[in-house]
Design a binder for this molecule. Structure first.
Ligand code: NAD
Length: 372
């Protein structure tokens, strides 16, 4: 089956989407105060990614703004609120979170909590009548992902997953080149992601909070990349895990895992994930050359090389839809809220990855190929 994303991401790869642009212009031209014209975000969880990457980028958005905070640490929440002009009445604890329903300044709840908390807060946000942007991995099981999709559907609210690479110009350009068969017929795609993880006490190394090890956290970028660069959905997966269980970091979760996908076209995919070595790479090889991204999915500094026939070149892709992938992601969600469009990286997309992740774990455990 062809990946439907590859048709839709053509749209986000373009700066102007005529129908969407007209609808946004109409929404923005409502006779309201300037502040009211942006889509309001509540950030749930004031950890590293929220504080260093998302909250600062909200200030740079055209369609999005920060309007509320949800945190277990009232002192931190008050400080962040003061720094970003969020009124104290729009600070919530995890206990008072459901009162967000009464806050008209909040359109979208963005969940940036440990993985095993994503499902609960998505469902509570949907029940409070809010749209949801949820960090990757969408949740820690297929069953949770299905419950999240059902809750948002029932509430008539959008659900998007924080797959920022779909707003990053190098990744978008690689998808475009593959569709145009710039390096011929796809034969092999590979993607490796990993980093040496530190403190054994952190939540990423606790099964109950993380749901798994490197695959859930960073290997999910390899799963995504194999799908969006090939434009195909895997038919089956064969996986193998390698973990030193005497290492205090890996008592509960896996370190390295690698897997092979069989794609419908006959192409082969190879993915790798690690918590003990650094990797950030995507490469697609066709029968006429290759496309190589390294680093591929970092916060910035992506590099792309393309080989066609005998010629190899460093490629600068056309600019993406926004000044950076974070702003692109936030404003895409805002655009979906304003226009009724569905997010390019929807809950269903997160669910597809979770089905594959469960199959990878099953294959590694049983030592058998799993059909998808
Ligand atoms: P972090 O540890 O820095 O922050 C986690 C936050 O959750 C903290 O504010 C912490 O206080 C809060 N929290 C609430 N209950 C908790 C509990 N029981 N145990 C631990 N923390 C608890 O983590 P992070 O790096 O910000 O990651 C948060 C989420 O964002 C994860 O799902 C992660 O996968 C995702 N993430 C995505 C990207 C990306 O590039 N898209 C990057 C980093 C993290």
């Amino acid at each position: 089956m062809k990946n439907p994303l590859n048709r839709r991401d053509v749209l986000i790869g373009m700066a102007a989407v005529p129908a969407g642009a007209a609808a946004i212009a109409a929404a923005l031209n409502q006779p309201t105060s300037r502040a009211d014209r942006k889509v309001g975000y509540a950030i749930v969880g004031l950890g590293s990614y929220a504080l260093n990457n998302i909250i600062p980028q909200l200030q740079r958005c055209r369609l999005s703004r920060l309007t509320a905070l949800v945190s277990g640490d009232p002192v931190k929440a008050k400080r962040v609120a003061a720094e970003h002009g969020v009124p104290e009445r729009s600070i919530y604890s995890y206990g008072s979170f459901d009162r967000i329903r009464e806050n008209p300044d909040v359109d979208v709840v963005y969940i940036i909590l440990p993985n095993s908390m994503h499902a609960e807060y998505t469902i509570r946000a949907a029940k409070a009548g809010k749209h949801v942007l949820c960090e990757k991995p969408m949740a820690v099981s297929v069953a949770e992902c299905e419950a999240m999709i059902a809750a948002c559907r029932q509430a008539g609210r959008k659900l998007m997953i924080g797959y920022r690479s779909h707003f990053e110009p190098h990744n978008l350009h690689a998808m475009r080149l593959q569709r145009e068969k710039a390096v011929g017929r796809t034969r092999f795609v590979q993607s490796e992601h990993g980093f040496p993880i530190g403190d054994p006490a952190q939540w990423r190394l606790k099964r109950k909070l993380a749901g798994g090890g490197s695959l859930m956290d960073i290997g999910i970028y390899s799963v995504q990349a194999l799908r969006y660069t090939s434009g195909e959905e895997p038919l089956s997966v064969t996986a193998r895990e390698s973990t030193n269980r005497s290492d205090p970091r890996f008592r509960e979760v896996e370190d390295m895992i690698d897997w092979t996908f069989a794609f419908p076209s006959g192409a082969i995919g190879h993915g790798f994930s690690s918590y003990s070595s650094g990797h950030n790479h995507i490469r697609l090889t066709g029968d006429g050359g290759w496309i190589d991204l390294e680093p591929a999915t970092s916060y910035s500094g992506q590099r792309m090389r393309v080989r066609r026939g005998a010629g190899e070149e460093q490629v600068t892709p056309p600019p993406g839809p926004a000044i950076n992938q974070f702003v692109g992601q936030l404003d895409h969600m805002a655009e979906c809220v304003l226009t009724g469009r569905d997010p390019v990286v929807s809950g269903e997309e997160g669910l597809r990855d979770m089905r594959i992740i469960e199959a990878i774990y099953r294959s590694a455990r049983d030592g058998q190929t799993v059909r998808l």
